[in-house]
Every structure is written in C-alpha cells, then in structure tokens.
Design a protein around this ligand. Structure first.
Ligand code: 5AD
Ligand code: SF4
Length: 469
C-alpha cells in the first residue's frame, strides 16, 4: 500500500488551530498532565503531543490534581496496561465534578479498538476527547472542537497509512533522542494487536529522518534511537531503494551524533548486510534486541513468526561471530495458547544457549480480534505463573553472571541524569545499553565519561568515575 504523507497544507491547518487555542489561553498558564503507556513509539508520539500542547500555551505538571488537561496515551499490547488506564480515568470522575473545565483526553493504540471506544462512550461520560493513532496529527483541531462546542469527540476511524512531518517535538531531555523511522506492522503475529491498531508498515522518507537526526544533533543530543515495530523492513514500502542498512550508514555520518541504536528487529528480516554494517560502523551500539518469543518450533508456527528455533540460533551465532561483545536482549511470551510444559522447556533451553543479557518476559494476554484469541488453551493460569517465575530465576542467574564479567573493566558511559534511587549518583549507559550508576558531578550529564566497574547486580552495574586529566 502506498503511504500517504499528510500534506503541508493540512499541517498548516492544524497549526492554525494551535494558534487559535493559544489566543484563547488564559493569562495564568494552564497545566497539562500527560502519561504514556507502552513502547518507545508511544513515548515518541507523546513527545509530539506535548510539542503541540506547549505551542498552545500549556505548561506541564506531574500530578493530575494540578492539571487543567489530563491526557493518557494508551497501549493495547497486554490487558494489564488497559486495566490501569480504566482505573485512572475512573479515578478522575470526582476531579471532573469538582473542576468541570478539566479536559480529559484518551489517545493511542487502545482507543483504536472498537470495543474500547464503545466502553468509554457508554461508561465514562466525563472523558471529553478520544482519538486513535491515525488521528494524532489532527489533535489541535479535535481539541479546538471540544473547547468551542463543549462536545464529546471520538475520532477513532481506521484510516490506514498516514505519515506526518512538520510537528515540533517537546523532547525528553538530552542526551538521547528517539526518532521514528517507520510506523505500523505487516507481520500479524497471531497474539499481537499492533497491526490492527497501528496499521500497515509505512516508512518515512530518508531525507526527513536525516533532517531530524541533524536537528537533534544541533540541539546537542549525542545518541539517537531509531524506532519501528520492525526496523529491518524499513524501505520495503518505498520505491527509492532505501533499506535499513543504508539508512543506518547515513545516520552514522551525521556530525555530533556519537551513538546510534535501533529497535525492534524481527529475526526473519535481519539481513547479513545489516549485521555487517552493525559490525563495521563504530557509532552503532553493539546491542541487539531480537525477540524470540518462544523456543518451540510448534509454538513459533502457531505464533506465525516465520522462523524456526534453528534459524534463530543460526542468526545469533552469525551476530556473535561478527560482534563478540554484542549485548543481546529478547522478548518472550509464556503461556501462549497450546503451550505445554515440554514447549516451555525448549524456551528455557534457548535462554541457556543464547545467554541473553536481559529478557523481557510476558504472560500471554488474550487480545480481542487476534487469531490466537480463538486458539484452545491447555495450561491453567497457575502453571503459567509457575513457569514464568522459573524462567525469571534461570535468566536472573544468567544476567548476573554476564554483569559480573564487567567488574574490573573500564566502560565508556553516556551520563543521562541523576539516579532515581540515589540522588548522589549519576546514571548512564554503556555502549551495550547496560545501566551504570556512579558518583560524579551533575555537570557531566550529557557527556561521555570513563567509569571503572566495581560492582554488579542482576539489572545494573556500579562504578567509579575516572577523572580524565
Ligand atoms: N500477550 C503477551 N505479550 C505480548 N506481546 C505482544 N502481544 C502480546 C500478548 N498478546 C509481547 C511480545 C512483544 C512485546 C512487545 O510484547 O513479546 O515482542
Ligand atoms: Fe506485533 Fe509481531 Fe508486529 Fe512485533 S512483529 S508488532 S509482535 S505483529
């Protein structure tokens, strides 16, 4: 399908709405509370939403109690994220009664599902505006309508395939910038809701991406994270012959950007050319998130993953041969419909064979409208939880052992900010993406520093800053 770039004229219309809202803003700056669920793509969408809000004249606050506008950017990948959103909007009912001018807004993947939009329409009358992922660029117009007409607005049509540029971000602070390079997914893994709520794959124009990378470099960002549900199929929908490996090479040429990361990679599309580019380009971090989902070929088939355990292990061995220092991470689903204990044992086997640095594991969550929702289940919830816990203890031991090997080494760390757990230390990441905590002055935030690793835990490393003379 041809992707549709929202025209400059249409974006100019939206900018006019931003202006109209700005003109009506009260003198005392109103505050917006924005909360984001789910993946980095959603975080990036929220940076665009905050960019629009800030141009309208909103400031930002950390608590809903202080807000004049509350917006939840939602995720539909698993049920627990959805339940949290329902809990949060339920809790806002009283606040809206006390402060009727409060605007309550829901957007993102969860809203793109018909049954959810319907439930909100019927059971949560205090929600003012609901819009799906495809309507994001129209947010100024929708908010203006809510304000002018004092009406409830729902814009959750399934209009596939738009890309919009020319929105100023309100980016998270330096040094890391998130840059979406494509939207949507064509893979239809049978458990996953993403293709239904984000539509088909569409890639941004390489020139737009490179312009954005240059922009963030000029602003002083040092690291970029290129985002897509499956970055390895970047360019498949374009006629200009660009592919992900070529795009990466171009991104690496941008002055000022010192580190380049990307996620997520589908194993079926990780090409030899990409592995070579990763190995050759110094700026590309030697870190790869390669979701395996299961170690059983029968379950991988039912999941429609289009690779076998053997294909996957072969891929990992190629990656490790070219980049022995690679930090590997993965996603795993426990309790997919039909998964038996024997299938689960095969997943544990993969963990032991690959020795990931970290895994992100999830208990299967049934998603309305996906093929897996109709598949028969054979395992009870209790057993799924027992397997899940067992998997974590196997992995924790591996993660700790991998981290132990860093003790005594000197790592180059990009200092990101003050550590949440200990205000006296900074936190940052190694090239492989490992979190390191170390005592050093705040003035080093945003800088590359050398840190000697002195202690390791399962999830993070600790070290001493080496002052360079
Ligand atoms: N249930 C549990 N986990 C899921 N994921 C995607 N859909 C589901 C689901 N229905 C996981 C996959 C994916 C990650 C982002 O979320 O492991 O890689
Ligand atoms: Fe979902 Fe599979 Fe697409 Fe990832 S590749 S977003 S798991 S359908």
């Amino acid at each position: 399908m041809e992707s549709k770039r929202i025209s400059a004229a249409e974006m100019a219309v939206q900018k006019e709405y931003i202006q109209k809202i700005a003109e009506k803003m009260p003198k005392s700056r109103p505050l917006a509370f924005v909360e984001t669920y789910g993946c980095q793509q959603n975080v990036s969408d929220s940076e665009k939403i905050k960019g629009m809000l800030s141009q309208m004249g909103y400031g930002f606050c950390e608590r809903t109690e202080d807000a004049d506008l509350v917006l939840y950017n939602t995720c539909a990948v698993r049920e627990n994220a959805e339940l949290r959103v329902f809990g949060n909007i339920g809790a806002l009912k009283h606040q809206k009664r006390r402060k009727p001018e409060l605007k309550i807004i829901l957007c993102g993947c969860m809203m793109q599902q018909e049954h959810i939009a319907k439930a909100i329409r019927q059971k949560y009358p205090h929600v003012d505006l609901v819009f799906g992922t495809h309507a994001l660029y129209r947010f100024p117009e929708l908010l203006y309508q809510v304000m002018e007409e004092d009406a409830r607005i729902f814009d959750v049509k399934n209009e596939d395939g738009s890309i919009f540029e020319e929105i100023d971000y309100h980016r998270d602070p330096k040094p890391l910038a998130k840059i979406p390079i494509m939207y949507g997914c064509n893979n239809f893994c049978t458990y996953c809701i993403v293709p239904y709520v984000r539509g088909r794959e569409r890639s941004r124009d390489a020139e737009d991406i490179l312009r954005e990378v240059q922009e963030v470099a000029d602003l002083g960002y040092r690291e970029v994270m290129l985002l897509g549900q499956n970055v390895n199929s970047y360019g498949n929908d374009r006629k200009d012959g660009m592919d992900f490996a070529t795009l990466l090479q171009k991104v690496c040429k941008v002055d000022g950007i010192e580190r380049v990361r990307f996620m997520t990679s589908h194993p079926k599309d990780l090409s030899d050319a990409l592995i070579d580019v990763m190995a050759e380009e110094e700026k590309i971090c030697k870190q790869l998130h390669l979701p395996v989902q299961s170690g059983s070929n029968r379950i991988l088939g039912l999941m429609n993953r289009k690779y076998t355990k053997e294909d996957y292990l072969h891929l990992v061995s190629k990656v490790k041969a070219k980049m022995p220092e690679i930090v590997l991470t993965t996603d795993i689903i426990v309790g997919f419909p039909g998964e038996t204990d024997a299938d689960f044992e095969e997943t544990l086997q993969i963990l032991k064979e690959v020795e990931y640095d970290t895994i992100f594991s999830f208990i299967y969550s049934k998603r309305v409208g996906t093929p897996a929702a109709e598949m028969p289940d054979v395992m009870d919830e209790e057993q799924k939880h027992r397997n899940f816990d067992r998997m974590l203890s196997v992995q924790n031991e591996i993660s700790k052992r991998k981290n132990d090997a860093y003790v005594g080494t000197v790592q180059t760390v990009l200092a990101e900010g003050v550590s949440k757990n200990n205000p006296d230390t900074l936190t940052g990441r190694t090239e492989g993406g490992k979190v390191v905590n170390f005592a050093a002055p705040d003035s080093l935030i945003g800088e590359f520093v050398k840190v000697k690793i002195t202690k390791s835990q399962t999830w993070s490393l600790f070290g001493e800053w080496i002052k360079e003379r």
